[in-house]
Design a protein around this ligand. Structure first.
Ligand code: AMP
Length: 400
């Protein structure tokens, strides 16, 4: 195994998350976050392993400025973790949309940058920010190899019947309108871990991964390959999420435009930012910790919201069990999947037909890899904390 430090960068439109990971020990050497880039009140949080977390409020007019600050913090004489930028052997970028151009991670070249740009209209909020992150790193570390790891890549193995929509076929041919799926790095990492945990070959298993975070998606992984996933052309489709609606009747959009005298764009903004458990709870909260408390207090708005959320997850598990003609392992991951025994129990209460028997003691554990079903359970259910940064670092090193 190579022994280098990999800087993993995840650029959003006004934020930048980073981790410096050693490829040999796989230890996180430092991590942090820049927020409000290009907006008043920019702030960097920086945490070296074993050291003190610092928060610096300082102007960051763009992502180049943010990356300059990150590199400054990493090489700082007092709080830094490396002596110079030479000790950063590679940069791994999380990229949201690779369209059909990328079925795997890739080293970044000028040609690759052009192919990513071609996908910009598929992810207008995310891809341009990702590209800015790459060019900022190129400017500041021109000789350091960089890799792009796509959220969509893992799902490129889906068969045609899973990725095509029931639309005129020329929309696919002309505009590449199809299901792509997201959170691919997480679905790939978690499903592979699941095989290790149950001690079977990845290629011999049927696995369903429920990535339940603020954004949420389910995937079906058969014999080591993704065969279906709940997000679509964009991350709006599928499960009921923090603020995103997930699946709805597409006719609702026109209906609401007429009723509310709003444009399609305005209704789309409602579907992305005001819907999901936030909207369903009457704008109470998108955070499951709040919803869980309200549920236990007997609040009807929290009960309908959490029931609808869990029901949708269970419905997808049923669909993917059918798609794979069975399931061996079901995994829960991400913020809610890893931390909410309550939601896991609610989802599993629908899965009696799979012979699932929860181990109540194991199910209350948090944030660790654990099998939460009894030895006699018909199907195994696991909690597998996701680690997208480590997966990106591994992919990056593998490409060098
Ligand atoms: P993620 O997008 O994966 O970071 O997940 C974020 C979400 O996880 C938050 O919005 C919460 O709804 C949820 N979450 C985090 N911790 C807990 C917890 N202890 N119990 C229930 N939900 C949690």
């Amino acid at each position: 195994m190579k022994d280098i430090n990999v800087l993993v960068i995840n650029c959003g439109s006004s934020s930048l998350k980073f981790q410096l990971i050693n490829s040999k020990s796989e230890a996180v050497i430092a991590k942090g976050l820049c927020e409000r880039i290009g907006i008043e009140g920019s702030q960097m949080t920086y945490a070296p392993a074993g050291g003190e977390k610092t928060e610096t409020v300082t102007p960051m007019k763009d992502h180049t400025e943010a990356i300059r600050l990150v590199l400054g913090a990493l090489t700082d004489k007092e709080n830094g973790v490396v002596n110079s930028l030479d000790e950063i052997g590679a940069v791994g970028h999380r990229l949201v949309h690779g369209g059909e151009n990328f079925a795997s991670s890739t080293l970044i070249t000028d040609e690759v940058l052009k192919a990513i740009e071609e996908c910009n209209d598929l992810a207008p909020l995310h891809n341009p920010a990702n590209l800015i992150g790459i060019s900022a790193c190129k400017e500041l570390m021109p000789n350091t190899p960089m890799a792009g790891v796509f959220d969509t890549a893992f799902h490129q193995t889906m068969p045609e019947e899973a990725y095509l929509y029931g639309l005129p076929y020329h929309y696919y041919e002309d505009y590449k309108v199809r299901r792509y799926g997201f959170h691919g790095t997480s679905h790939s990492y978690v499903s592979a871990r699941a095989a290790d945990i149950v001690g079977k070959k990845y290629e011999d298993l049927k696995i369903i991964v429920c990535h339940l975070g603020n954004g949420a998606s389910v995937s079906a992984v058969k014999n080591g390959k993704c065969v279906d996933t709940s997000m679509g052309l964009t991350p709006l489709e599928g499960l009921i999420m923090g603020t995103r609606s997930g699946d709805i009747d597409p006719a609702i959009i026109e209906f609401l435009c007429n009723k509310e005298n709003k444009s399609v764009q305005e209704i789309m903004s409602v579907l992305n930012k005001k819907s999901g458990v936030f909207g369903l709870s009457g704008d109470f909260s998108s955070d499951f910790r709040d919803l869980e408390k309200a549920y236990r207090a007997g609040e009807a708005f929290a009960q309908r919201t959490m029931k609808a959320f869990a029901y949708r997850v269970a419905k997808y598990i049923g669909a993917y069990t059918a798609a794979m003609n069975g399931v061996d392992v079901i995994c829960f991951t991400a913020g809610i999947g890893e931390n909410s025994p309550f939601i896991r129990t609610m989802v599993c209460s629908y899965l009696g037909y799979l012979g699932i028997e929860l181990d109540e003691e194991a199910n209350v554990k948090r944030g660790e890899e654990v099998e939460i079903t009894t030895p006699g359970s018909g199907t195994k259910v696991l909690v597998v904390p996701t680690n997208e940064e480590l997966a990106i670092a591994r992919e990056t090193v593998a490409l060098l």
